[in-house]
Design a protein around this ligand. Structure first.
Ligand SMILES: [Fe+2]
Ligand SMILES: [Fe+2]
Length: 253
């Protein structure tokens, strides 16, 4: 089987490999001279919330690594394995950045949370496609969350930390959405439709759980369930509703 069967050409993979290699050598970081004051009330407001997201960023990546190796091995795509390896390391850097902020402000780390366990269990269920599907769900919602956290805090260091994470995550979701669309393209149209509807329902359910479990912070930042879900869905549509299919179906006789 050639790499064209994934819908991601060797050139696409090369572009992503360059991207991840560049950022592995030049990781985005938070300048140490930034003001780092977190008021006690604010610390209390964000502590549980940020700890849950820190936990989500933290992963050895073994399941993803194995899924990528299986998938890429059958298609002779060594670049994909390397990209995934660099991606995992970038996520581990995110976990470290959040961890050092939390430690400096004596915010306790979380060892587990039911939402994190649910996500990890789901990702272990099947191959690369389901893994990426679950992963991009978390990352799209994470991107909205970090922007909300940035707007909620007066701490300069935390604001820049959130922006730093979002800058990396935007590339992650772009890569994952391209990979996912490519994986789905190999399926018949009816299966694609079914998968898209299921993914969207899963996305809305997950965003609703995040909304519920982080409601104090969201409320403080001026978001209610409706506005938070709207923001999340806008991200979902931008990355995962394939424009080409919409155009193709609207121009079909
Ligand atoms: Fe991340
Ligand atoms: Fe990410």
């Amino acid at each position: 089987m050639g790499s064209h069967t994934t819908g991601m050409s060797p050139d696409d993979l090369k572009i992503w490999l360059n991207h991840f290699e560049y950022h592995a050598e030049h990781p985005r970081c938070v300048p140490p001279e930034l003001a780092d004051v977190l008021e006690p009330g604010e610390r209390q407001l964000i502590a549980n919330s940020i700890a849950t997201f820190q936990l989500g960023e933290q992963s050895e990546g073994n399941t993803l690594r194995r899924a990528a190796e299986r998938f890429a091995g059958a298609r002779q795509m060594p670049a994909l394995v390397r990209i995934i390896e660099l991606f995992i390391r970038e996520e581990q850097r995110h976990a470290l950045l959040l961890r050092s902020f939390m430690e400096d402000h004596r915010i306790p780390l979380r060892r587990s949370h039911w939402t994190d366990q649910a996500f990890r269990r789901l990702r272990r269920l099947a191959g690369l496609e389901l893994y990426v599907c679950v992963l991009i769900t978390a990352e799209l919602i994470g991107n909205v969350y970090y922007r909300v956290l940035e707007s909620a805090t007066g701490c300069r260091r935390l604001k820049v930390l959130c922006r730093t994470l979002v800058a990396d995550e935007l590339a992650h979701v772009a890569f994952e959405s391209q990979l996912l669309q490519a994986l789905r393209a190999a399926r018949p149209a009816w299966a694609r439709t079914l998968i898209r509807l299921t993914h969207r329902a899963f996305f809305v359910a997950t965003a609703s759980v995040v909304c519920l479990t982080h409601r104090s912070l969201l409320r403080h930042a001026g978001y209610d369930a409706r506005s938070f879900l709207r923001l999340c869905l806008a991200q979902y549509d931008f990355y995962l509703e394939p424009v080409s299919e919409t155009l193709a179906s609207s121009s079909a006789p």
